[in-house]
Design a protein around this ligand. Structure first.
Ligand code: ZN
Length: 462
């Protein structure tokens, strides 16, 4: 493509903005790309892309998957550029490509691994045609941003370039139907002991057949609309999968095509992420053996989860992404299924930043707080200005009033923990990771000071 003077100017200004940010010690995120697109609206079209482009999209898991794919490719000796430090909208991708290009707009790397925001699909795929796009899943997400999964589905489905090969989750009845004319491979996880006959979640966005709108028949449900289903009326069914993995949560391994892979976590979400990464890289051309070897060396970012046993009590911090009903429900499900008695500190408010905060609490009612009405949970300490809204939700969920303690400040939660359970879970919003670590440290200090013994509370055997 012949490059216009607008493109050359945009490239120059973008490079200068990037340089200025570097000098000022700022992280280059979306600003240089935003400037470049402002100057040259089809900047993403004119800039040369690396010969191989991998796109990663979906509601949950795209950051983890994109990072793992990038790390494994680098470990295997590929020259990779990615937007892992930046933003995943069109301006962020423009910034990434600017940093990976010469001043004349020539690509300097062999492979680009791009995390792509679902809602930016149209603005990105009109200019960038990845060879592969992995869509991890499609769920309800922040309603003020993402509307409904059908809306996001339509947006991605209509925007994907015709020549892109899709890597899709056969167990996800929404995302598996993306762009039906595109070449694709499916992956799935064999039936697991934790699968159920009926959906235990409040939300299941695939109750009806997408073809004839008669009720769908689920052979099994993993969570929400994830599982295996068919329509007895018209014959619609979950797609057949080319990559069917066996997951053994207890041993922390996944087996696919005779190769074993480490799971690096014990949630189903995480298992799907590992499987998606493996399948994408198998399609890319790497052998299972090489992928597995690189995975053994990689670590998932630990900011989402920490665990330490102090004075016989396991203190766990676990991110429960606020406004994301599906992610929170999965965390609550995980907590209730953990052995032993528990105390929970719940800090889910997002008032940290008025501009991007929402006063909308409707997502509480899509979230399975019912999972917290479990006999193993002795107490729930709710911290934050929305503590009483959450209390109402917990009461509706069947949690007894005596076991709910509210405080308007996250900082007050550590002193309200009674230290009489086997495990303490601190479940926190993404933007409260720092606050959660402070809460954790203060609880840890109380345990280290022997407060549990002073109270005469000893750990129970299970
Ligand atoms: Zn049907």
């Amino acid at each position: 493509m012949k490059k216009t003077w607008r493109f050359r100017l945009a490239m120059l200004i973008g490079k200068m903005a990037m340089f200025a940010q570097k000098v000022l010690g700022m992280n280059a995120t979306y600003f240089p790309g935003k400037l470049a697109i402002r100057i040259c609206p089809d900047f993403l079209g004119q800039i040369e892309k690396p010969p191989m482009v991998i796109g990663v999209t979906g509601t949950n898991g795209k950051t983890t998957c994109a990072n793992l794919i990038g790390n494994i490719l680098v470990d295997q000796g590929y020259d990779v550029i990615s937007n892992k430090m930046g933003s995943n909208i069109n301006a962020g991708i423009a910034s990434t490509l600017i940093s990976g290009s010469s001043i004349t707009g020539k690509a300097k790397h062999a492979v680009a691994v791009l995390e792509i925001d679902e809602r930016s699909s149209r603005k990105i795929y009109s200019y960038i045609q990845p060879q592969w796009v992995l869509c991890t899943n499609l769920f309800r997400d922040t309603v003020t941003r993402e509307a409904h999964p059908e809306f996001v589905f339509q947006l991605i489905s209509e925007s994907l370039p015709a020549e892109t090969k899709l890597v899709l989750n056969a167990d996800d009845l929404i995302s598996s139907r993306l762009a039906p004319n595109n070449d694709r491979v499916y992956y799935s996880i064999e039936r697991m002991p934790s699968d159920t006959e009926v959906c235990e979640n409040i939300v299941n966005d695939m109750r009806l057949c997408p073809v004839c709108h008669e009720p769908l028949h689920f052979e099994y449900v993993r969570h929400h609309h994830i599982g295996k289903a068919h329509c007895e009326h018209c014959g619609f069914a979950s797609p057949a999968s080319q990559y069917e993995a066996a997951v053994d949560m207890a041993s922390g391994v996944m087996t696919l095509e005779g190769t074993t892979y480490p799971l690096m976590g014990d949630s189903v979400f995480n298992a799907y992420n590992i499987l998606a990464v493996v399948v994408l890289l198998r399609e890319f051309g790497l052998s299972g053996k090489k992928i597995s070897a690189s995975l053994q060396k990689t670590q998932i970012v630990k900011s989402r989860y920490s665990s330490e046993v102090i004075d016989g009590v396991e203190v766990v911090t676990h991110m429960a992404k606020g406004k994301n009903a599906i992610a929170c429900s999965c965390v609550f499900d995980y907590v209730r299924k953990e052995p032993g008695s528990k105390e929970i500190v719940l800090i889910l408010d997002d008032y940290f930043d008025r501009k991007n905060s929402s006063e909308n609490t409707c997502w509480y009612y899509d979230t399975d707080f019912e999972f917290l009405a479990d006999p193993s949970i002795k107490r729930i300490i709710v911290g934050g200005v929305r503590a009483w809204d959450l209390k109402v939700r917990l009461l509706i969920a069947g949690v007894s009033e005596e076991s709910i303690i509210c405080t308007p400040s996250e900082a007050d939660t550590p002193s309200l923990v009674q230290l009489d359970a086997d495990r303490i879970f601190i479940l926190h919003e993404l933007y409260l990771t720092g606050a959660a670590m402070t809460v954790r440290n203060q609880i840890a200090d109380r345990l280290r000071a022997g407060e549990r013994q002073k109270k005469g509370e000893m750990p129970h055997d299970h």
